[in-house]
Write a protein that binds this ligand. Sequence first.
Ligand SMILES: Nc1ncnc2c1ncn2[C@@H]1O[C@H](COP(=O)(O)OP(=O)(O)O)[C@@H](O)[C@H]1O
Ligand SMILES: CC(=O)OP(=O)(O)O
Ligand SMILES: [Mg+2]
Length: 396
Amino acid sequence: MPLVLCFNPGSNSLKFDLIETTANQPRASAGKRLLTGDIDNVGKDTTLEITRGDQPLHSEPLPAGDFDAMTTASLDALDKLDLPKPDLAGVRVVHGGSDFNAAVGIDDEVIRKIEARAELAPLHNPKSVKVIRALQQHGSALPLACTFDTAFHHTLPEVAWRYAIDYDVANRHGIRKYGFHGLSHRYQLEQFCSLSNTAIQQANIVTSHLESGSSVCAIREGRSVETSMGFTPLEGLMMGTRSGSIDPAILPYLMQHENLSSQDALQFLEKKSGLLAISGQSLDTRILRKKTDERSLLAMAMYAYRVRATMGAYLAVLGDAQAIVFGGGIGENTPEVRGPILEGLRGWGVDVDPARNTNVMAGDTLLSSPASKLAVWVIHADEGLQLAHECTQALQ
Ligand SMILES: Nc1ncnc2c1ncn2[C@@H]1O[C@H](COP(=O)(O)OP(=O)(O)O)[C@@H](O)[C@H]1O
Ligand SMILES: CC(=O)OP(=O)(O)O
Ligand SMILES: [Mg+2]
């Protein structure tokens, strides 16, 4: 019964879980979560919250610090609680490039490769390295493994991963679509198959991971064949603070007319765009869904519109699909976003009672009616369970 301590450094948050797995469990959802920890808004004064189910175990204010300091504070807090000792630790890494198609044990060479990809995932990869270094220095001497968002998308066909730019330049620089949120899309796929009694090889579905970072994935016969994030996690949908896809000509135009360096321009698109830029108030849909001012409503409508347009495109990619799945903090908990998407997909045979959509918040639920040609599921996209599962397999 390996006990796995998993760290998930996101763009804004550090989440961790203590999860009991079994060496030969069939899928991630078989893992058992003993507790979960959450530090939101890393970089500002913040709070570490540790909970077991709904029960608070520990709450501690933390001064502003980076992801290494947050990891050390989490490990210290866990040491003080009377808990069984973990057997291994796992870390989510966003960008593994073409180097990794499965979870691996961590050594210096793995860390070097993660660092080499930092330029392509500046909001993520450096944070994973900070978490890994803090784990190595903590003295608990846990075996360490990591797993990669990009791994699930290794099956993309070339028509999907290749950009229509100079063939040789693209090859020389490894410029291609990699795709992200693979832990979440894989978890949703396997959970959909388990709940609907579908064999993985027969699953043709569209999954969505809708949070601060957001992406959609088309899955044919159980394999990722198209996804909305690309060379970096900036492409695709509108996100909390990220623009998603825009006309690339906007970038040099902005650099010239707003006098921005390439780094400033990237910051503009990664940190100062998305829901935050349009609403002018918040990147968080928990706040925006309660607002009634014009710009907050526009931000929510634009977010939903882009998900709907991408899901529609991916239904065309698949040709024939059984289901769409909503996952992630927004996908699971925001009927205001799901509503216009479901309305827009009526022509594909989606039949969901609007009252049912309004009432479903979280949990693994079939949203659509039995008459719906395309099933609609809400599935709790549990990156922690997937991380624990994959890291256990890597260190077996
Ligand atoms: N319970 C919830 N209800 C509604 N929205 C949520 C909920 N939890 C998260 N969200 C949405 O997801 C976002 C946080 O995403 P998260 O994945 O925690 O961030 P990160 O990008 O750091 O991984 C919030 O800003 C909010 O828009
Ligand atoms: C890849 C990515 O955007 O991750 P997150 O949603 O955790 O920021
Ligand atoms: Mg996340």
